[in-house]
Ligand binder design. Sequence first.
Ligand SMILES: [Zn+2]
Length: 207
Amino acid sequence: MNCLICGNPFYSAPTWRKLFLYEVDASTCNRCYSKFQKADTAVDFLDFKGTIYEEAVDSVTALYAYNEAMKSYLHQYKFLQDVALATVFATDLSQLFENKEGIVVPIPMHLEKLQIRTFAQVDELLNSASIPFKHLLVKTATSEQGKKSKKERLKATPLFEVIGKVEEKTYILFDDIYTTGTTIHHAAKVLKDAGAKKVEAITLIKG
Ligand SMILES: [Zn+2]
């Protein structure tokens, strides 16, 4: 098959996992795939200490660093709307979620944005890895985060509202990228306020 990133043909060898765990085939060649770097640093929540968001999030796991290869991947995936690229990280994601227990909740896009982007890129990453999820949040505000100071972002009105029933269970938020942490903290806070016992987060990228 042809690599989804560079377009060159490559051979994807059959593996034990593929045969017995119905693992998806690799969709990129090794050369392209090796340009992605695992995220090295742990995520800290120092910015949220002493705010109402302190202790909203129990843990964050980010898979990859935001390097050049990832930047161009995201551009092609999100802005050029190449939905096929959702499969590039399917194997990584399914392996990561295999060891997690909790109800997976993707971070939703604002409806206006969804109309522009035509597909929900965060949901598609999960779909490509066959990870079941529940839509429990709606985005209520379009936050032009870049234009606000950190303080303003933290104080701003909640970005999400809970739809549906939240139980005293563990929830795993999923988003494409963790940058300032505002999105994840806002989402976690509304879930905790609604009764969630624990809120973890997984993101594909650490920005
Ligand atoms: Zn390639």
